[in-house]
Design a protein around this ligand. Structure first.
Ligand code: GDP
Ligand code: MG
Length: 330
């Protein structure tokens, strides 16, 4: 068995344990049940349903299945403009459109923390509506934590005809999924970190990272060696010593991870070897993040910072779940 499998089992057991102690309510909370009910009730009333997924590698798969798919980065204005054009074209295809002041509604739905609210906001901000309609205070709450959107809310994204996008709370199926799916959901932040444990999740990430090709892109960081910088840069580095989101810390973490993983020549499929490597990586990351070794919970702090860098895409891109066509190739 590989360490990844052991960690999946450990995370799966942790989830089952919480379920045993707190009842299945922690997974399918009353709030989520109410949201699912509210979303289901709205389905017959809306014109377009748009499922939001974090699934870059799955685009081709859904295209082959003849689904209407659109890859989008909510932080890219041009991308959002293209999506608005795409949506308006779909709206024009709807029957009985174009008579007077008909209002079209488009409902976003998906699992927690997948980017629904960020997408609703971007569509509203970039949408072709008058400045007065872009209520400065009206926006959906975007957060790195799951469960922040509590209600269904509408934001206008286009005029003539008026199109409103409905942002909804994230929902799961009511049944608990298998251990690997749960582990992947937890790693992406769809399940609250405290239910599984940040350290276990960071170990799980490293067990995937160490067998990936992502770190190989950082070879030049290692060759660059010790940083050579100006007095101003040195001052900034002192000022932001513990801010792991700063580029100089991200690059240091990448370089140290690269050096740690490439220094291990032995078989990483071996659970023992992978465990030792992950332990070594936690030690170098503590150094990269400038955490004092005697601080109480430096292991948890390293884990939290590492998870944040992974989730904001600064440690590369990973597909945790391969599309079926890719599975066939394997
Ligand atoms: N890189 C990137 N991050 C995103 C994107 N959309 C959302 N996020 C981030 O993902 C996290 C969850 O977003 P949010 O919209 O609150 O998810 P929701 O729970 O589905 O509404 C936030 O930290 C966002 O900044 C995107 O297109 N690209
Ligand atoms: Mg939301």
């Amino acid at each position: 068995m590989t360490l990844k499998h052991s960690l999946v089992r450990k995370i799966g057991n942790a989830i089952k344990e919480v379920a045993r102690n707190k009842g299945s309510m922690w997974w399918y909370t009353p709030h989520m049940a109410a949201a699912s009910h509210a979303i289901t009730e709205r389905i017959p009333l809306v014109h377009i349903l748009l499922e939001v997924r974090d699934a870059r590698e799955w685009l081709k798969y859904f295209e082959q299945k003849k689904c209407l798919v659109f890859g989008v980065n909510s932080h890219k204005k041009d991308n959002i403009k293209e999506l608005l054009n795409f949506l308006q074209a779909r709206v024009r295809e709807l029957p009985k459109i174009g008579h007077g002041d008909q209002t079209i509604t488009l409902m976003l739905f998906g699992i927690p923390n997948v980017g629904k609210s960020a997408l609703a906001n971007s569509l509203h901000q970039i949408g072709r509506i008058s400045a007065a309609e872009k209520g400065r205070l009206k926006h959906a709450i975007v957060s790195p934590h799951p469960g922040e959107t509590k209600n269904i809310s509408g934001l206008k994204i286009a005029s003539h005809p008026s199109i409103y996008v409905l942002d909804t709370p994230g929902v799961f199926p009511s049944e608990i999924l298998d251990a690997e799916v749960c582990s992947n959901l937890a790693l992406t932040g769809a399940i609250k970190d405290c239910l599984v444990g940040e350290v276990e999740l960071a170990e799980y990430f490293l067990s995937i990272f160490n067998l990936s090709n992502e770190y190989k892109k950082w070879a030049k960081l290692s060759l660059a060696g010790a940083d050579d910088c100006s007095e101003l840069e040195r001052r900034q580095k002192r000022q932001y010593l513990t801010d792991h989101t700063q580029d100089f810390i991200v690059n240091k973490a990448r370089r140290m991870l690269y050096e740690a993983v490439t220094s291990f020549n032995s078989d990483l499929e071996d659970e023992e070897v992978m465990s030792r490597l992950i332990k070594a990586e936690f030690a170098v990351l503590r150094d990269a993040f400038n955490l004092p070794p005697d601080s109480d919970d430096h292991v948890r702090k390293v884990a939290a910072k590492l998870l944040n860098l992974y989730r904001t895409g600064r440690l590369g891109h990973y597909t945790l779940d391969l599309a079926p066509s890719n599975n066939l190739v394997l």
